[in-house]
Design a protein around this ligand. Structure first.
Ligand code: AMP
Ligand code: ZN
Length: 476
């Protein structure tokens, strides 16, 4: 079965066919790091995380790149307000962002290119555009001449004539036409700056994504994503720059997420109506936040309300209860020597739910519909468990396998499956190693040796080295 995706560029659902077989190269616009990550960002990044996880689940190798805008007007302005160095400020919020994403169990990108570490690449790109006649130098910077790029507007549907209506070049701006945008900004006093053929300055915003995405993913790649607000002007300008430079089509599929809304408005830093991911994590388990996001299709707007969060919390609890029921039932489950009516029914329900789940995910990553299928499976298993005296192992296993796949794709139930368990186990081992070291220091060698011997029986070998005790797993 093929995956179908809605492509903003063609305004319809298309069969997903990556350029190189078996590989998906994907770029998602990252944050401008001058403040804490809010729930609106989380919505977008969780959505792309699940898209990426699903593609991986379907067997693709996914190469994922996400940029950090670590120098721009907003960062400079905020640094002035706080009295911090702009680079330090950006560095700080970049770390917080990575921490927040890890807490939300968003898988890290393969590369996180930062503007300040790619200035030379950006200068090269701008120079190429200038050589090809698409860019010109003005008094305060280098500009992209929008009128020279024939396909301008193909993503957003915006027409150049409309853009020009009523617009004018402001006094002091060095561009020829109001629609032209900056590729390079000449330095103003006190701003961070880099050497360039056009004097000291810094890159404009859009050019970073064209430069860094093509550097890591090539001149053509499969998916480019971001929130809806980036379609125009950001992505439109990215297309103009890149296709003007390479002379051929750049990105196959453009994917955009709907907004996270609060009382009918977009959650945003500038409106001040935001809740940070950190605040949310103090109140909710990360998986509740993920479930809350996944209950809507990624392109639809999502209203943030307390009730919505509580609803997600209850739903997650219901699913965990089912998983726990399965675990307990598994202990006394029967091998199947024969199936009765109940087994045939339960099998049929699980099979159906699984089919619906994959159909929904194949249909433009419809997580909302896919989740309904997960709940159907959950209901079916609970019904089965209450209908039979001794459940059959094969039925429970079928259910568990489905939930495991859902866990992998949605980043849910991680407390339940392997990864988290291994983490816990390591913490316990560390604790025992520490207790044993204390015992040795207190010359209680008998108990210390016993701990070592017992751990060894469990497949954990301790070695006392000059730097302290280390442990490793062994086969016993
Ligand atoms: P920014 O740091 O504002 O450039 O945003 C980084 C990413 O988060 C962009 O892809 C935005 O479209 C996205 N984003 C910002 N606010 C929201 C929101 N309220 N809902 C969904 N996505 C958002
Ligand atoms: Zn971008």
């Amino acid at each position: 079965m093929a995956i179908r995706v809605y492509n903003t560029l063609t305004r319809r659902k298309e069969e997903f066919r990556p350029i190189r077989e078996g590989e998906v190269r994907m770029y998602v616009c990252g944050p401008t790091v001058y403040d804490y990550t809010h729930l609106g960002h989380a919505r977008t990044y969780i959505a792309f995380d699940v898209i990426r996880r699903y593609l991986e689940h379907r067997g693709y190798t996914v190469l994922m790149v996400m940029n950090f805008t670590d120098i721009d007007d907003k960062i400079i302005r905020r640094a002035r307000e706080t009295g911090e160095d702009p680079r330090e400020l950006a560095e700080r919020f970049l770390r917080y962002f990575l921490e927040d994403m890890a807490s939300l169990r968003v898988k890290p990108a393969d590369v996180y290119p930062r503007v300040t570490e790619h200035i030379d690449d950006i200068i090269d790109f701008v120079r190429k555009l200038q050589e090809k006649g698409y860019a010109y130098e003005g008094s305060d910077g280098v500009y992209f001449e929008v009128g020279k790029f024939g396909d301008y507007g193909k993503l957003s549907g915006i027409r150049l004539e409309d853009l020009r209506k009523g617009a004018r070049v402001e006094p002091g701006e060095g561009k020829k036409n109001p629609e032209d945008f900056a590729l390079w900004k000449k330095a103003k006093p006190g701003e961070p700056k880099w050497e360039s053929p056009w004097g000291e300055g810094r890159p404009g915003w859009h050019i970073e994504c064209s430069t860094m995405s093509t550097k890591y993913l090539g001149e053509s790649f499969d998916i480019h994503g971001g929130g809806n607000d980036l379609i125009f002007p950001h992505h439109e300008n990215e297309i103009a720059q890149t296709e003007a430079c390479t002379g051929h089509e750049w990105v196959r599929y453009w994917l955009h997420t709907g907004f996270l809304m609060v009382n009918g408005e977009k959650m945003s830093k500038s409106l001040g109506n935001f809740v940070t991911v950190r605040e949310m994590l103090r109140r909710y388990d990360p998986e509740v936040i993920r479930l809350f996001v996944l209950q809507r299709h990624y392109r639809s707007p999502l209203d943030y309300t307390e009730e919505g969060m509580e609803h997600a919390k209850n739903n997650l609890e219901r699913l965990y209860n089912t998983l726990e029921n399965i675990r307990v039932a598994m202990k006394e489950a029967d091998i199947s020597f024969r199936w009765e009516k109940e087994e045939f029914e339960a099998y049929e329900s699980i099979r159906n739910a699984r089919k619906k789940f994959y159909e929904a995910m194949d249909d433009d990553f419809n997580t909302a519909e896919a989740l309904k299928a997960v709940f159907e499976a959950s209901t079916a298993v609970n019904r089965y468990l209450s209908d039979v005296e001794r459940p059959k192992e094969s039925i429970l296993r079928k259910a568990m396998e489905f939930f495991k796949a859902v866990s992998e794709i949605f980043g849910l139930f991680e407390d339940y499956f392997r990864e988290r368990k291994a983490e816990n186990e390591e913490a316990f081992i560390e604790l025992l190693v520490e207790v044993r070291s204390r015992l040795r220091r207190e010359r209680n060698f008998e108990l210390a040796d016993e701990i070592r011997a017992r751990l060894r029986e469990l497949g954990i070998q301790l070695e006392d080295t000059p730097k302290g005790t280390v442990w490793k797993r062994i086969r016993v």
